[in-house]
Design a protein around this ligand. Structure first.
Ligand SMILES: Cc1cc2nc3c(=O)[nH]c(=O)nc-3n(C[C@H](O)[C@H](O)[C@H](O)COP(=O)(O)OP(=O)(O)OC[C@H]3O[C@@H](n4cnc5c(N)ncnc54)[C@H](O)[C@@H]3O)c2cc1C
Ligand code: SF4
Length: 570
């Protein structure tokens, strides 16, 4: 067996992963004067080269369809025009799904992780989300309250920049907002329809800058955020947090470094991180005073489960057996509609930010005798987008014919479709968890995860409610429902687990070490210099997208770690 290369230097803090959680830890710890070493499995990011903002199909080989036109046949891993390195399947890094389960896992391997191309919808969790069990007797309570988290949301929003308006809704707590973006034509029609149905439809809360913040330029409304934003007007942890931290000289980045195991000493503290240097395929170890694991919820669980020792035979910090448990994703259901009032509109620029300008927060919290607990919000799509392959909102595929009449009909129909996507609360359940597959390793020899997943009646009924609501909104607009838009579980319409890319839980926080892995500061109950700073500590998965809470929670965890280091407790 090749020798492991061990560094003699003891690093102050090693952070594993550079996405929303890891990027925040890098920023906050270096701001506090602490030297950090960042291990990132992917390569460095060069936005000028890697981001495809403003690139037209005709400017690239095969119009971006791939060498063998793969994109036309749906075989390309990820849209050519999306910001880099996000995949449903990562070559050489498989995972497995237990028989009877369905699960999809979208991973990213590059500095900044999935923040380079995420949708930037940035919603605070509500007071009842943090106290879910006390609210309705289901799921778990978090060990923190909304009031405790609110100042950290303030810091996160003020730093990353989030648009919005103060609405005073319990289901959509107000924050420190940048000016909102005005609705476009299709969004105005959705708002009118919602008003008739008594459903709120308010300005969206997006991490895109409607004015310059912390040296990042204001958005120029090209609508291309999914391709990456070269002016950093859309939040990424790479551009907004890690690049500025690099200028302080306090961050040492080791890219192409796949963390394999956390090494502990007899006292149960982490003393080193073992990683595979992908370039040389050698194993290296760096020693550290403390470690922040932020490799994304499931990767963090995998790392702990793979870190076995005589003291921790079930995986590091896992005497409770809870590592891998409490896994959740968001409930998803999406419907599209054809709206005759939007047909044949004069061409106009409706770019705006690269996402929705309005959204629907949950509106039936206080309704009695609902068929399902909790609720969902609605994301709205439509309008004219910058063309890319297979675009025109699928209109080209629905029309038949040749020449000018075909083109005229496509032009008439383009922009006449809207999409409504529900994003709902999932309550942790016994059917949903991940573990190490005893029979499979990745190309670096690291054992991989096996997923188990099951929705319960709560979520399935919620998706049925989404179906009814979306149908009402589309029909009240005078439109016709076209059908579900997302890959869905057979016959049920509800999304496949993991496919909404909001996986959370798996290293859960709580006050009781018997039933949780981490304490209220995301510090392992059993290993005082081990912290987790992504969505793994989450005790549930409210209807609000997870990333703003990852940033807020990581900020809080990182300031706590800095203070504990100053006091000599870590
Ligand atoms: C298309 C898309 C749209 C989305 N839209 C939204 C949205 O609108 N709103 C929202 O809130 N969320 C959205 N999300 C989800 C959001 O991207 C994630 O919640 C967020 O990026 C998670 O941050 P993270 O730090 O946990 O992990 P990631 O961003 O996934 O980063 C993890 C990093 O860790 C690295 N890593 C993994 N394992 C190891 C290892 N063993 N050693 C070293 N490094 C490792 C990875 O390479 C990666 O860079 C979306 C995601 C996608 C893909
Ligand atoms: S719409 Fe704004 S934030 Fe998005 S890519 Fe263009 S400039 Fe950047």
């Amino acid at each position: 067996m090749p020798q492991v290369q061990r560094s003699p230097q003891v690093h102050d803090v090693v952070i594993i992963g550079s996405g929303a959680g890891g990027g925040t830890a890098v920023k906050v710890l270096t701001d506090q004067g602490i030297n950090v070493t960042l291990l990132e499995a992917g390569p460095m990011l060069n936005p000028q080269k890697d981001f495809k903002e403003h690139v037209w199909p005709y400017e690239v080989d095969n119009r971006g369809a791939g060498a063998a036109a793969e994109l036309y046949f749906g075989r390309q891993q990820w849209n050519y025009f999306a910001a880099p390195n996000g995949y449903w399947q990562v070559p050489g890094e498989p995972y497995t799904v237990a028989s009877g389960s369905q699960w999809q896992w979208f991973r990213s391997r590059i500095l900044g992780g999935r923040t380079n191309h995420y949708g930037r919808i940035s919603l605070r969790f509500s007071d009842y989300d943090f106290k879910a069990y006390s609210f309705d007797g289901l799921g778990r309570d978090w060990p923190v309250t909304y009031d405790e988290m609110s100042p950290w949301y303030d810091k996160a929003e003020e730093f990353i920049g989030v648009t919005g308006t103060r609405e005073g809704l319990r289901t959509a707590p107000d924050g420190k907002f940048l000016p909102p973006i005005p609705p476009r034509v299709h969004e105005t029609l959705v708002q009118k329809s919602c008003a008739k149905l008594g459903i709120p439809c308010i300005p969206s809360r997006m991490a895109m800058l409607t004015k310059s913040v912390h040296g990042r330029a204001a958005c120029h409304y090209c609508g291309q955020c999914g391709r990456g934003c070269r002016t950093a007007s859309a939040f990424t942890s790479s551009q907004a947090m890690i690049f500025p931290a690099m200028k302080t000289g306090k961050v040492n980045i080791i890219s192409g470094a796949m963390a394999r195991e956390l090494i502990t000493d007899g006292s149960g503290k982490v003393t080193a991180v073992s990683y595979v240097d992908k370039a040389t395929r050698t194993e290296k170890q760096i020693r550290c005073r403390a470690v922040v694991v932020a490799a994304s919820a499931c990767e963090s669980a995998r790392l702990l489960l793979n870190s076995k020792s005589p003291q921790f035979p079930n995986g590091l910090a896992n005497s409770s057996g809870q590592v891998g448990r409490n896994l959740t994703d968001t409930v998803g259901f999406a419907l599209s509609g054809h709206i005759p009032a939007l047909e044949g509109l004069p061409r106009h620029n409706c770019d705006g930010i690269g996402g929705m300008h309005v959204y629907v927060p949950w509106w039936e919290l206080d309704k009695k005798n609902k068929e399902f607990p909790r609720g969902y919000h609605i994301e709205i799509g439509g309008g004219f987008n910058m063309p890319e392959l297979g675009n025109f909102h699928g209109v080209a595929q629905t029309q038949e014919g040749y020449g000018t009449p075909l083109k005229d009909e496509i032009r008439r129909q383009y922009g006449a479709h809207i999409g409504l996507s529900g994003r709902g609360d999932m309550i942790p359940n016994e059917k949903t968890w991940c573990e190490i597959d005893p029979n499979k390793v990745d190309e670096y020899g690291i054992p991989v995860l096996r997923f188990h997943f099951g929705w319960t009646e709560h979520e399935i009924k919620q998706a049925q409610h989404m179906h009814q609501t979306f149908t009402s909104i589309i029909e009240t607009m005078g439109g016709t429902v076209l059908g579900p838009r997302n890959p869905a579980r057979d016959g049920q319409g509800i999304s496949i687990g993991g496919s909404i890319i909001h996986e959370a839980g798996a290293v859960v926080m709580g006050d009781d070490p018997k039933t949780s892995v981490l304490n209220r500061y995301c510090q392992a109950h059993e290993v005082k210099n081990l912290f987790v700073a992504d969505a793994a500590p989450f005790c549930g998965n409210p209807d609000k997208n997870v990333t703003l809470t990852i940033v807020a929670m990581s900020w809080r965890t990182s300031e706590y770690l800095a203070e504990e280091m100053r006091k000599g407790n870590v």
